[in-house]
Ligand binder design. Sequence first.
Ligand code: ZN
Length: 402
Amino acid sequence: MTASTMAPSTLVTTEKVITSFDPPSTIADAAIGVRDGLIDWVGPKDAAPVDRYEQIVRLPGTALPGLVDAHVHLSFDPDVADPISDALDSVRARVTQTIESNGRRFLERGVTTVRDLGSMRGVVLEAGRGLGKGRWLGPRIVAADQPITRPQGHAWRIGIQSDSVTSAQAAVRDLFDRGAGVVKIMVTGGRMTVGTDPLTVEFPSQLIAAVVDAAHDVGLSVAAHCLSVAGIRAALSAQVDSIEHGTFIGPNGLGCDEETVERLAQEIAQSGTYLCPTINADYPGRHPIPFEQRLRWVNILHRAGVKVIVGNDTGIPGLPPDLYPGALRALESAGMNSAQVLHSATALASQALGLGRDSGTLAPGLAADLIVVEGDPLADLRVLSVPALVMVGGRTVAGSRT
Ligand SMILES: [Zn+2]
């Protein structure tokens, strides 16, 4: 990252560093050395090679890996009722402003990486390139660019519409050539698109499988929008890499029975597929499934060993980046302990985004994407709401103490 090369080498000292969460690994009276965008030293403060750094930042509290939001739409303005129309009607400059504003708001919440799962053509990829050139400050972005959808299917106005294996394969190659870092496919309809149904599986199984194969051939993972039980089953048998929303809407349009969720949870766990439940304690939303029931299903998934990752669907109406901490509290309410929640928000989510070798924990050689918070997040997740320091690639980008 060019932006980070301007950052001075820094030693950050804190009362405590949590380097990873599975299991929690903590160093008391610790220091983290950061140079050229990477972590180059972690350990007890007393042993730190102080002379090697141009500056020392001393903070109370706890340092931990930067957080991830695995399901966002940076180009959607959460303050408008119909963000897709808004985005299409606006000039690109206006959409770019929205992306940058959402990005900055994520940084203020300690989110150092996001996965953007659907935008109009090119805008988020272009913003990602702008980040690399230091043109603006935001979280790292893994972007799907346009989602693949059926003709007139969910989000078709921004998507690539496909109704054949050949056109779906061509869509994946085109997205890859344009710089997409993940492929998004709308396996079921969605609630935000008139004329589509969250229950219906929109593609024949061979088309979904063709998308997965084409994506894997070029090293991309596939994130599948699936609201219904039928959609989850179709996505699983096509071996997608992550299930988005996964709300288990049953054939009656309401929740399905718990046994079905239990059984599917076992299958998802065995397949190793990630599940991003896009659930947020501060955003009850307009959902056919009651919030309490959705929590219960996350509980079942987690207990079955499913790799649940944090993602909000940020950008949909009424869900700005500022609400990020509500996603962590929702997982806690679903019965995950704070270390498990933070593992889902850091290392596990990084792995889902294909960044597991670069970030998600604090260790020499990894990206210096980290936050410092006052207090202990393992004792109380609420301390994460206003980080004292946020670094992306060794560069201080936000924080109440900066
Ligand atoms: Zn979404």
